[in-house]
Structures are given as structure tokens and as C-alpha cells.
Design a binder for this molecule. Structure first.
Ligand code: GLP
Length: 271
């Protein structure tokens, strides 16, 4: 696992975007797994800037991690009335770059057949040849996507009930601003499973801010547990990069070691 610690949110975002752009340049039709939340917004802004400077995303294929159940993009509604992740992706990335809408996949929160949809989504990922790079944040309760505490570390795409902490966190960060009442926010989501995520060839997890410091330390250094599904980062067999800012890294027991390794890699040209 490569642990990269940057000074602040902007340099974390810049690093992540450079890595993604590198993959797109090497493989123009790469398959990217995309994430929502406040954390990746800076990365998306950097990618938009790179696109404006010539980065071509026309052949890139994307699969989003998750979507609230019961909502979905409705472009006829004002932004504030539609808190879907589809809307989030549209506003924060997709409408600014040249990803072909037919190549961008986001779980359908309005499906009448969730089980059938989840099966189809898994098949589409396989048909695309699997995910080259999966981008991830981490929830306050340690979740990846919406794999809440107790989710199997082998789980697949499915409907999942949201934990109280996730409802509280996501109400504060998204729904409250939109004037939605706490009890009206969706209590379920469609989410890729941990098993699905672990099949991505590369994983890049981002976290920033002191409020994530405890959960980041538990995820990277704590015992593997379905109570903190991001501990699955310790199970991945491919390349893993965890990009943190100083604040979110501050509770890591091995902080000095990770910094030393990063410096040594620089010295040996192994970055
Ligand atoms: C949601 C998403 C996760 C995301 C998490 C953290 O719960 N389903 O994929 O990692 O929020 O969000 P933030 O980046 O805003 O802290």
C-alpha cells in the first residue's frame, strides 16, 4: 500500500488528478470507478482544468459506486430539489468534460427492480473488462461507497440500509442545504459491494480533514472488520494508493514511517 501524505486538500486533489490523468493517457478507453462526497470534488476540479488544457476523456468509461434509493437525476428540477448522486456527478464533473454520456454508469436509484438492476450493473462492469482505477473516499463510520458497518467484505452490488451516522453526516453535508427534512432523506442506497470494489485493478482512496483522522487510522492500521468496511483496503491484491492530507493522517501510528518511505521512494526514483 502506498500512503501519500500531502500538505493540504489542494495538493491531495492535484496528486489524485495527476494519477487519474496518467491512467487516461496510457489507456484512453480506461474504466474509472468514480465516487461522490465532498472529498473528490477537488480532484474533479483538477481533472476539469486538465480537460480544458487538452486532456481527452472521450473514450473513458465510468462506473459510479452508489446512489440513494428512491432518487435519480431529474434535469428538469432545480439542483436544490434533487440530491441524487447522478446530479452530483453531472454538476461536479460530467457536464464539464467530454465523457460520452453513454459510457457513464451510475446506479439507477429509481429502478423498480433493484435486484435485477444490481445484477445488470455487475455484468456491465465485467463486460467493460473490469475497473482499472477505483476512486474512493471514506465515510465517517468507515464505509466505502455505502457499505455500512456489518456489510460482508465479500459483498456485491445491492441495496443497503444507511447507518444512523451516515444519515446524520450526509444530512449535514447535502440534504440540509437543500431544505429537505431529516426524515425525508433516503434511508437506503444501491451500492457496489466490497467484493465488487476489491476487483478493481487499482484503488485510490482519498481522505482529508481532522474529522477523518480516527477512521483513517482504524481503516489502514486497525484489525480487519466488517464494522469498518474500508479496512478492506488491507485485503486488496492490486495497487493501492491512499492519498491523505496532514490532518487526516495525523492519527496514524506509522506516520513517520510512511513519510520516510515516501522520501526514500523519491530519492530512488521509485514514485
Ligand atoms: C458518502 C458516499 C461515500 C463517501 C462518503 C464520504 O457516504 N457514499 O462514497 O466516501 O460519503 O463523504 P465525504 O467525502 O463528503 O466525507
Amino acid at each position: 500500500m502506498d500512503i501519500v501524505i500531502k500538505d493540504n486538500y489542494d495538493s491531495m486533489s492535484n496528486y489524485a488528478a495527476q494519477k487519474i490523468a496518467g491512467i487516461i493517457k496510457d489507456k484512453p478507453d480506461c474504466v474509472l470507478g468514480l465516487a461522490t462526497g465532498g472529498t473528490p470534488i477537488g480532484t474533479y476540479r483538477e481533472l476539469i482544468k486538465m480537460h480544458q488544457q487538452g486532456l481527452d476523456l472521450s473514450a473513458v468509461r465510468t462506473f459510479n459506486l452508489d446512489e440513494y434509493f428512491g432518487v435519480g437525476i431529474d434535469l428538469t428540477k432545480p439542483y436544490d430539489q434533487d440530491q441524487s448522486y447522478a446530479r452530483f456527478m453531472h454538476e461536479e464533473l460530467l457536464k464539464h468534460v467530454n465523457i460520452n454520456p453513454q459510457n457513464s454508469h451510475i446506479p439507477d436509484g429509481r429502478t423498480n427492480d433493484p435486484a435485477g438492476f444490481c445484477k445488470w450493473y455487475e455484468e456491465e462492469i465485467k463486460k467493460a473488462g473490469g475497473i482499472d482505477l477505483q476512486l474512493l473516499g471514506i465515510g465517517g463510520d468507515g464505509h466505502w461507497a455505502f457499505n455500512e458497518p456489518g456489510s460482508s467484505l465479500m459483498s456485491r452490488t445491492r441495496i443497503e440500509a444507511l447507518s444512523k451516522q451516515t444519515l446524520d453526516d450526509n444530512y449535514e453535508s447535502f440534504y440540509k442545504k437543500a431544505g429537505v427534512k431529516r426524515e425525508q432523506m433516503p434511508h437506503f442506497a444501491i451500492t457496489m459491494g466490497i467484493g465488487t470494489i476489491l476487483e478493481a485493478r487499482n484503488i485510490m482512496m482519498l481522505a482529508n480533514g481532522s474529522q477523518k483522522a480516527d477512521v483513517v487510522a482504524l481503516a489502514l492500521e486497525g484489525p480487519l472488520t466488517s464494522q469498518i468496511t474500508a479496512t478492506a483496503v488491507q485485503l486488496h491484491s492490486g495497487a493501492i494508493t491512499v492519498v491523505l492530507d496532514n490532518e487526516s493522517a495525523s492519527k496514524l501510528k506509522g506516520l513517520q514511517h510512511y513519510r520516510d518511505v515516501a522520501n526514500l521512494k523519491k530519492e530512488y526514483g521509485l514514485e
